[in-house]
Design a binder for this molecule. Structure first.
Ligand SMILES: *Cc1c(COP(=O)(O)O)cnc(C)c1O
Length: 398
């Protein structure tokens, strides 16, 4: 049996006619730059995330870059972030001449560890004064512990930009004035960044991204930065770039958005089934499934919503590299997100980062493996995946 990591054709099939119609409409309109389709998607995404203002941009990377620029991040600034993420999180910081200040991850959730943020900020007041921004990443589809990150943000008066590229629709409990409620990823900090890369839960037929924020002045600034910083056109008080979302992508994403919650639900069902299959096979000694624990959630009234959107279903596995090679050979698509922590990337060698140590990020890079979790995969595909994992450990048991 072949089980790909992701099969986008299964999502496309039932929506093909609607997508072609939406794309054709854009082509016929001859409105090819920004315009009504982009504005419509901006409103839809902001509403989906619980409010605020959306600014459509060309990719998740450009969402980060434009937001960092608008928040004034530049040379001499530090940005506190995680060493375990997709490259763009750190790449955008360094591109702007700022310096990442890494804080290790929590081993259970793989997200930045709030205790370690506290430690890092208390350590050196002179260094803390240079921190312009806290940039948490909601890895794999579950939020970093935003309640505690926002508490730190208020205590030190440092804004928070959320990298929610993998987490559209994920939620996280926040207690405010004694009342706890669930908030959606990207809508908790000063601004949030989303990606519509095809493999994200809401993916276009190419690149796309969005920033959302409740701060009207910030939204306006990002809109200006999106068009080279010209306001009015050809008058540049600031320097921006071409960060515009393509209306063809916006039109496709508007067709897909109404289905997003059912896709999340199907991914959650798949995650549940993996859990049952793993315990039935007695694989607990060999693999661990990470799951965020939010302190506030324990005090909440029922129901606790399904907060994880499973952009990736990631396990920690014994002999990860052996398992990976075995599964690929058995026709199963698996991937490592991510094999090299950011501080170990070659491009940071000259800045002296390669010698730093973030043990949990390094351990994650050595042990994690993403299994197929896409909404349309069948139960028998999942049974095959778990059966093959069991076979691998059976063969290597000693
Ligand atoms: C995908 C992703 C990005 C970048 O998004 P693109 O649309 O590919 O530019 C940034 N951060 C994280 C965590 C991502 O997963």
């Amino acid at each position: 049996m072949q089980v790909p990591l992701l099969d986008l054709s299964k999502q496309l099939d039932p929506l093909r006619d609607e997508i072609i119609e939406a794309v054709t409409e854009v082509i016929d309109s001859t409105a090819y730059i920004l315009g009504p389709r982009v504005e419509r998607l901006e409103d839809e995404i902001a509403a989906y995330c619980g409010g605020g203002i959306g600014i459509g941009v060309a990719s998740g990377t450009d969402a980060l870059l434009a937001a960092l620029m608008a928040l004034g991040v530049g040379p001499g600034d530090l940005v506190l972030t995680t060493p375990y993420s997709f490259f763009a999180t750190m790449g955008c910081i360094v591109r702007l001449g700022a310096t990442p200040l890494f804080v290790d991850i929590d081993p259970v959730s793989f997200n930045i560890d709030p205790d370690k943020i506290d430690e890092a900020l208390a350590m050196d007041p002179a260094r803390t004064a240079k921190i312009k921004l806290i940039l948490p990443v909601h890895l794999y589809g579950q939020c970093a512990d935003m309640e505690r990150i926002m508490a730190v943000s208020r205590r030190y008066n440092i804004p928070v930009l959320e990298d929610a590229a993998q987490a559209i629709g994920a939620s996280c409990p926040i207690t405010d004035n004694g009342a706890t409620s669930w908030h959606r990823a990207g809508n908790i900090g000063t601004a949030g960044c989303f990606s519509f890369f095809p493999s994200k839960n809401l993916g276009g037929i190419g690149d796309g991204g969005m920033v959302i924020t409740r701060d009207e002045a910030l939204a306006e600034l990002i809109r200006i930065i999106r068009v080279h910083g010209g306001a009015p056109k050809y008058h540049h008080k600031i320097i921006g770039g071409n960060f515009r979302l393509d209306p063809i992508q916006a039109a496709v994403l508007s067709v897909k958005l109404p289905h997003l919650d059912s896709w999340h639900e199907a991914r959650r069902d798949n995650a549940d089934l993996y859990g049952r299959l793993f315990s039935r096979k007695g694989l607990g000694d060999f693999i661990i499934q990470p799951r965020a624990v939010y302190r506030a959630a324990a005090e909440l009234l029922e129901p606790v919503p399904d907060f994880h959107i499973y952009n990736q279903y990631v396990i920690r596995a014994k002999d990860r590299d052996g398992l990976l090679a075995f599964l690929v050979n058995e026709g199963i698509g698996v991937e490592i997100y991510y094999p090299i922590p950011l501080h170990k990337q070659k491009c940071l060698e000259e800045l002296g980062y390669n010698d730093l140590s973030f043990p949990e990020a390094e351990k994650a890079a050595a042990e994690t493996l993403a299994l197929p979790i896409y909404p349309e995969m069948t139960d028998s595909m999942q049974e095959y995946v778990v059966d093959r994992i069991a076979a691998f450990y059976e063969k290597n048991r000693d």
